[in-house]
Design a protein around this ligand. Structure first.
Ligand code: GDP
Ligand code: IMO
Ligand code: MG
Length: 428
């Protein structure tokens, strides 16, 4: 049993990229199991910063195998753009280092067009998607009309499937949304070439992961997005279209739960969210702006300003339950340094009760009032801490409260974006 999961415990952007890169050093295989290039994972190595969207964050190590599992929706154009970006940065990735599942569904041009048209049609009720075609691609997957990687690399099957699909997609684009018709030949010609280029990366990734674990290798499953963007347990409909929680791993890579030994939840020391939807502890004020500027809270994929708020332990407790978290990683405690008082939400007042779980109904959630506990702040010296002892006492109290409330031990504390700004409290 040597499969290990890294998940976002909030609304995404918790620092999963940094943690995956950090934990990849002692892993052999790094696997993405859901989402697509809607993700934006930042990894800093030395003086260089890398922004990864689709390719697993283990790619910066030469000797690791990286896998894009069947649960991912793969935009082949974005895939090659990212490989080109890495190559320009001096990181050439070969098919020996990177495998794409033959079962992954492919994001086609009409998915991206429909993502934008649907968002426009939703008007003020829009979700605020990344516009990468994620939702429409997963819709086709569930509806059983998707084009998979094994189809993309077979020109005959691609032609057949695309011919059939493009008719209904054009009907929807033009008749429902008044959009512009897409041309079959143009798409076919481009995608048949992309399929040819992709072929050498394609394999049955489930077999490779199974064999790796059976032979004693360590496999790290890298989550994208976060618990509250999960299609089932997130703030539906303001979510992404995949299972971002631990449950998504088995179906997203094709192995059983008995091969997984733990799940690490990555949580920021405060809360952020990009896009629309409820956010009980949001700070729509000067303090929120202060955190945004200090933490550089701007989206890696879309550049949008992230909404910022206090840490919400109700969210972390829900994450711990839904994903069976065995460890927590707390990031960005350095960002909060300098504040006199820091608030932490420890429950919601809902009607005449106090609850510590996340309600399903957004109407109920809107009635929830956060109950806060106040903490004394700490100073910027925290960014220089390299051991638990060097962390300021007030920050230690803050971390203790997180462990106590969630019942999950904190194994790593991150005090800055760089690899060496990582304090291991307990080996994972
Ligand atoms: P991801 O989507 O979960 O991988 O997170 P993002 O990369 O979207 O956003 C996290 C941002 O915080 C990135 O710019 C990271 O370089 C940065 N980061 C990660 N951990 C820390 C930390 O402990 N302190 C600070 N200041 N920045 C961090
Ligand atoms: P990482 O992996 C933060 C959000 C979008 C939108 C909603 C649906 O970097 O944490 P989608 O394009 O997926 O249909 O958009 O989900 N979203 C993210 N927010 N981090 C992400 O990824 C996200 N990926 C999607 O902003 O609200
Ligand atoms: Mg991100």
């Amino acid at each position: 049993m040597a499969g290990f999961i890294v998940l976002g415990a909030q609304w995404g952007d918790e620092g999963k990229g940094k943690m995956t890169d950090f934990l990849a050093e002692s892993s052999d295989v790094i696997v993405r199991f859901q989402g697509g290039n809607n993700a934006g994972h930042t990894v800093i190595v030395g003086e260089n910063e890398y922004k990864l969207h689709l390719i697993p964050s283990g790619v910066l190590y030469k000797d690791k195998l990286n896998i894009i599992g069947n649960g991912v929706v793969l935009d082949p154009k974005a895939f090659f753009e990212e490989l080109d970006y890495l190559e320009k940065a001096g990181i050439k990735v070969s098919p020996e280092q990177l495998i794409v599942s033959d079962r992954a569904n492919v994001i086609m041009p009409y998915h991206k067009v429909l993502d934008k048209l649907k968002e426009e049609a939703r008007g003020k009720n829009n979700i605020g998607t990344t516009g990468k075609g994620i939702g429409p691609c997963y819709t086709d997957k569930a509806e059983r009309s998707g084009i998979r990687v094994c189809d993309l690399i077979n020109p005959v099957v691609l032609k057949e499937k695309l011919k059939e699909t493009i008719v209904s997609k054009n009907d929807i684009i033009t008749k429902v949304y008044n959009g512009e018709e897409l041309n079959f030949d143009t798409i076919y010609e481009e995608y048949v070439e992309l399929g040819k280029r992709l072929k050498s990366f394609v394999a049955d990734s489930s077999v490779r992961i199974y064999d790796a674990i059976k032979s004693g290798k360590k496999v790290l499953f890298e989550g994208a997005q976060g618990m509250l963007l999960d299609i089932d347990y997130g703030t539906y409909p303001f979510v992404t279209s995949s299972n971002t929680t631990a449950g998504g791993v088995c179906s997203g890579v094709g192995i059983g739960p008995t091969m997984i030994s733990g799940a690490v939840g990555v949580a920021k020391a405060y809360t952020t969210r990009v896009g629309k939807g409820p956010f009980p502890t949001e700070l729509d004020n000067e303090t929120g702006e202060w955190i945004r500027q200090k933490g550089g809270e701007f989206g890696v994929t879309t550049g949008r300003a992230r909404r910022c708020g206090w840490l919400d332990l109700v969210i972390l407790k829900t994450s711990a339950r839904v994903s069976g978290l065995t460890d927590l990683v707390v990031t960005k405690i350095d960002t909060l340094a300098g504040l006199d008082k820091i608030m932490v939400c420890v429950g919601y007042k809902f009607e005449d009760k106090v609850i510590d779980y996340f309600p399903a109904s957004l109407e109920d959630l809107a009635k929830c009032e956060p109950i806060y506990e106040e903490f004394e702040g700490w100073d910027d010296s925290v960014a220089d801490a390299r051991s638990y002892d060097e962390i300021p006492e007030n920050a230690k109290k803050y971390l203790k409260r997180i462990e106590e409330f969630t019942g999950v031990p904190i194994s790593i504390v991150s005090v800055g974006p760089k690899r060496d700004q990582t304090i291991v409290l307990k080996e994972i």
